[in-house]
Design a protein around this ligand. Structure first.
Ligand code: GTQ
Length: 354
């Protein structure tokens, strides 16, 4: 027998001696290192906006956007506290800009997405162009582009920041710089990138260059119209309802190469079939209310049930089953690391036969 106490003692002694040379026995951790199926070390999580908003507004009295650089409350996964991670690969936070404030210009190699949760009329400037943001708009800040944000409206603006901070940290490829001025010089008229790239047309000499999309605001009005028409035209997908992915029109890929972004309409009375995929996801509720069972079994039992309303946020871990249920119509925005997983031939889904 190899598992006698003498055997175990001999092994422990061996591990200690090889430990002194910075070595370890694979056979003690093989199962965790090469698991038969994903074993995510993080949990489903939910932030109700009703609970979060007072703290967000309180932060507005504690520090200015200028002093904070970015006044953000990070949404940390309860099992990843201290890491600034919503999932092991994704950062999420809620950013507040009060009327009259400016979040000064900087750039970094991390890519960012903004999903507008509350308010209307603040701008973000990216690479010399400003765009005014409204609720439900999806805005991108590609890697290493200068960006500043300002609020010239009379109401607070809150948006969800999604960044690939954990991914860039894993690669140790993070660089950042502050701008010389708080606000970057505006060199192109508002709507310029939209005109050139957002109508099923491209500038005739456009050369595919960087992976990020040349469009930087995908307005909700257009997304919502597309979903409404889709819903009119046919039955929902049993797992997703009516779901679209945002696209870089110049290459067909995701607008941000490291993060996929999605919008789905769940029609009134819809209950989705259990579905799971290897990309952990962060959701932002745009319209309506409902509940999502996360991590239940194939028969739709067990797991955690999150009851969500407009402006809530929740996290679905990798390979956890998702089932949405709504009474009225609802719209959900989400983002994940799916484009990276697809590039690496890692992404998988399980539609439970649907
Ligand atoms: O707006 O540039 O939530 O650099 C975290 C880091 C937002 C931003 C965040 C950032 C930003």
């Amino acid at each position: 027998m190899t598992t006698t106490s003498t055997g175990n003692n001999a092994r422990r002694d061996f591990y200690e001696r090889i430990g002194a040379l910075s070595m370890a026995p694979l056979w003690e951790s093989m199962h965790q290192l090469v698991p038969p199926a994903p074993m995510p070390g993080y949990v489903a999580a939910h932030w109700s906006y009703e609970a979060v908003r007072p703290f967000l507004m309180e932060s507005g009295g504690l520090i200015t956007a200028k002093e904070a650089i970015r006044r953000v409350l990070i949404l940390e996964n309860p099992s990843l506290r201290g890491t600034a991670c919503a999932t092991p690969t994704l950062y999420a936070g809620l950013q507040l800009i009060l009327p009259g404030e400016v979040a000064p210009s900087h750039r970094h190699t991390q890519s960012a997405l903004r999903f507008i949760v509350e308010g209307e009329g603040a701008y973000t400037a990216v690479a010399g162009e400003r765009t005014i943001m409204r609720e439900g708009d999806f805005v991108i800040t590609p890697s290493w582009t200068w960006h500043d944000h300002g609020n010239e409206s009379s109401q607070p603006m809150v948006w969800l920041d999604g960044l690939d901070i954990p991914i860039v940290r894993m690669f140790n490829a993070g660089f950042a710089e502050n701008g010389a001025e708080d606000e970057q010089e505006v060199t192109r008229p508002e709507g310029d990138s939209d005109a050139r790239y957002a109508s099923g047309l491209l500038p005739v000499d456009h050369k595919p260059g960087r992976a990020a999309s040349p469009i930087f605001n995908y307005p909700y009005a257009r997304t919502r119209e597309a979903l409404a028409r889709m819903a009119k035209a046919g039955a929902p997908d049993p797992c997703h309802g009516h779901k679209l992915r945002y696209v870089n029109p110049a290459n067909g890929g995701a607008p941000i190469p490291t993060m996929g972004t999605f919008m789905q309409l769940l029609p009134a009375g819809f209950a989705s079939a259990p579905y799971r995929s290897t990309d952990g996801q962060v959701f932002s509720v745009v319209e309506g209310s409902g509940e999502t069972r996360i991590g239940g079994d194939a028969a739709g039992k067990g797991g955690t049930v999150v009851q969500w309303r407009k402006r809530d946020h929740f996290v679905v871990p990798s390979w956890a089953r998702v089932e949405h249920r709504v009474e009225g119509e609802a719209v959900l925005f989400s983002f994940s690391d799916r484009p990276i997983q697809e590039r690496l031939d890692l992404w998988r889904e399980d539609r439970g036969g649907k």
